[in-house]
Design a protein around this ligand. Structure first.
Ligand code: GDP
Ligand code: MG
Length: 314
């Protein structure tokens, strides 16, 4: 929608923060709601580092969703930043969507977050995610336990599955109803506020997390060094245009570099291939990708290094 189009009466718009323990499915839900992969997901906790805004436009509302890093006890400097950034997000939005896991009983991490939210003057909606993993009877048991945790908060509970989309439409409507009346903030076809470079780097980091699993997880950062569109070559040597991407994967130790590169370069090749396919889907065209691995000891504890890699320094 261009700015010249009339704003429909009763259109609602505003900001929604997704809050929840690491791994509850915040990024998966965002992707499900906007219908495109804008947030990276993985079975490894703390996948999300940057605050990402994903935008969902419906005929009568626009939701700007903020994916926050999971709230957890900080271990490293990076951990502290993640928590701080999540807390700041709560103060900047119109409504909070608290994501909890229907497939588990509430734990201490959940109480920590619930208490944190109770101290804020902000509407909270609760989504019990991953309901696809359990039976209806089991769901009712878990829901009762969460109701006890939430006590007299008055926060409504919604059942959903970020993975298969169950319950998501009801959730969108409920979230939209909690937004103020207001105009569209982004054009209808915008799904993310992150520059393409960030999304592309995140796709590489996602493959590192997925393919190396336990060995590397949080010591990795990715920077896109070069992003260049190579146009179609002119006849007679006709060749389709493509996007050339050069990126560096940073790790903290030499041993991690070894794991990343793998036997005969096999791991790096496999990570590169998978990331390239995801990038092609995002860019909607062919991609040439070259990856480098660099060791920067303790980059997580060095503020200047973090800033250079694009992590917000406050
Ligand atoms: P985040 O840390 O909260 O952003 O969690 P992610 O979105 O990265 O998800 C963590 C893991 O849970 C991934 O492996 C997802 O595929 C999985 N997951 C997320 N939502 C669902 C769901 O509704 N059902 C199932 N079965 N798995 C889910
Ligand atoms: Mg996430």
């Amino acid at each position: 929608m261009s700015l010249l189009e009339p704003i429909p009466k009763h259109f609602r718009s505003g900001f929604v923060a997704l809050i929840g323990r690491p791994n509850v499915g915040k990024s998966t839900l965002i992707n499900q709601l906007v219908g495109e992969k804008v947030a990276i997901t993985s079975p490894v906790a703390q996948t999300t580092r940057n605050r990402l805004r994903a935008i969902l436009t419906t005929p009568n509302s626009q939701l700007v969703m903020v994916d926050t890093p999971g709230i957890h006890k900080p271990h490293h400097l990076l951990g502290e930043r993640l928590v701080k950034s999540a807390k700041m997000t709560i103060g900047e939005v119109d409504v909070v969507l608290l994501l909890l896991e229907a497939c588990h009983l509430p734990g201490r991490g959940d109480s920590f977050i619930v208490n944190l939210l109770r101290q804020q003057q902000i509407p909270v909606l609760v989504a019990l995610n991953k309901s696809d993993l359990i039976s209806n009877e089991d769901y009712l048991v878990k829901e009762a336990a969460y109701k006890t945790l939430l006590q007299d908060s008055g926060w409504p509970i919604y059942r959903c599955s970020a993975l298969n989309g169950d319950g998501c439409n009801v959730l969108i409507e409920a979230l939209a109803n909690n937004l103020p009346i207001g105009p569209q903030l982004y054009p209808s076809d915008t799904v993310s506020d992150q520059p393409e470079r960030v999304l592309l780097a995140e796709l590489i980091r996602e493959q590192v997390l997925l393919q190396t699993r336990e060995e590397i997880p949080h010591s990795v950062a990715v920077k896109i060094d070069r992003l260049e569109e190579v146009p179609d070559s002119t006849p007679p040597k006709k060749r389709r245009g493509y996007t050339a991407i050069l990126a560096t994967v940073f790790v903290e130790r030499k041993s991690q570099k070894g794991i990343l590169i793998g036997k005969g370069g096999g791991m790096m090749k496999s990570i590169g291939q998978a990331a390239r396919l995801q990038m092609q889907a995002l860019i909607d065209g062919p991609v040439y990708l070259e990856l480098f691995v660099k060791v920067v000891p303790d980059w997580r504890s060095k503020p200047a290094r973090l800033a250079e890699l694009g992590y917000e320094v406050n």
